[in-house]
Write a protein that binds this ligand. Structure first.
Ligand SMILES: NC(=O)c1ccc[n+]([C@@H]2O[C@H](COP(=O)([O-])OP(=O)(O)OC[C@H]3O[C@@H](n4cnc5c(N)ncnc54)[C@H](OP(=O)(O)O)[C@@H]3O)[C@@H](O)[C@H]2O)c1
Length: 298
């Protein structure tokens, strides 16, 4: 049951995240949606209200490309909410053919698809643990089956080095989605709440179009037509965070309501621990850099 539970959904302004916010609100949850653009957040709020007129919903603005902003948001969320957070769904994500860097100078797909989810979850972990049935979902993808971790690049980013090798957007996406599964595996050993990686399948959203004109957006424009509507994975994710029988079944990879085996690389506990340590170090570095530059901002 998700009725009256406090649920935070990132990427709630479009696609799967918006459909999920609607589904949770319709089931009686108290929903906080996250969006980076105020106009899109306002439209999404109206969409949730139209789907569930009696619902208790609000949208907060957060651009996940700054880890300082993510850490500040987590603190402000805890200050504002007197009750524990019951559900966090890290749904925000992007695909890009071209290399982009986050505010912190990290490769954007890794930064949004994984690091921001890591920082948000860790920032809210205490509250999730104080819920009687806290649940966290990382929205991954079957793309993770083709991914592998490029440790040297991540370690170079930690040293503040600018990437010099050619960029392969699909490879970066696959790696970020593998990171989602490894992250959930590590979460299961570190926190008392229940954590899942969710594979939504192929879904007809605008994700691949948002990067503007590129080969990837052309391909996505055709490919997405074979996908389901976002309401299909939204229901599956809403079930994951609602079903009382799933309490405590942490660390697995779920598709269409069933736990299925992830890739061999996603089952590597050493890799999960290594990713955790590097993610923490990347977040710490970003926060330290931002504190250094703070006095020079106006
Ligand atoms: N579509 C598929 O077939 C598919 C398959 C497997 C996995 N997935 C995963 O499902 C998740 C949702 O994707 P989707 O298909 O629903 O795509 P989408 O409609 O583009 O939704 C992505 C969401 O992430 C938000 N976002 C992106 N960058 C952000 C940033 N810097 N700060 C804050 N929010 C940001 C977007 O905000 P805006 O609305 O402002 O753009 C949007 O709300 C992603 O993690 C994706 O990897 C999708």
């Amino acid at each position: 049951m998700v009725s009256d539970r406090l649920c935070l959904v990132s990427g709630a302004t479009s696609g799967i995240g918006l459909a999920l916010a609607c589904a949770l609100a319709a089931r009686g949850a108290r929903v906080v949606g996250l969006g980076r653009a105020p106009d899109k957040a306002a439209r999404a709020f109206q969409a949730v209200k139209a789907a569930a007129p009696e619902s208790d919903v609000r949208y907060d603005i957060l651009d996940l490309s700054s880890l300082k902003a993510v850490a500040d948001y987590a603190r402000s969320f805890l200050d504002r909410e007197s009750r524990p957070l019951d559900v966090l769904v890290n749904c925000a994500g992007l695909y890009s053919d071209r290399r982009q860097l986050s505010v912190d100078g990290y490769e954007m797909q890794f930064a949004i698809n994984h690091l921001a989810a890591f920082a948000l979850t860790e920032g809210l972990a205490e509250s999730l643990e104080s819920s009687s049935d806290g649940r966290v979902v990382a929205v991954s993808s079957d793309s993770h089956y083709y991914g592998w971790m490029r440790w040297k690049k991540i370690e170079a980013a930690l040293r503040g080095e600018k990437p010099r090798t050619p960029y392969f957007g699909l490879g970066a996406y696959e790696e970020s989605k593998l990171a989602n599964v490894l992250f959930v595996r590590a979460l299961a050993t570190r926190h008392a709440f229940t954590s899942f990686a969710a594979d939504p399948g192929l879904v007809n959203t605008e994700m691949g179009l948002k990067q503007g004109a590129s080969l990837g957006s052309l391909v996505w424009g055709v490919r997405r037509r074979f996908g389901t509507i976002p309401e299909v994975p939204a229901k599956a994710i809403a079930d994951l965070v609602s079903d009382p029988a799933l309490k405590g079944r942490s660390g697995g990879y779920w598709k269409e309501g069933r736990e299925v085996p992830p890739s061999r690389r996603a089952l590597d506990d050493d890799a999960a621990r290594r990713l955790w340590a590097l993610s923490q170090a990347l977040v710490d570095r970003a926060l330290a850099e931002s504190a250094l530059s703070e006095p020079f901002r106006n």
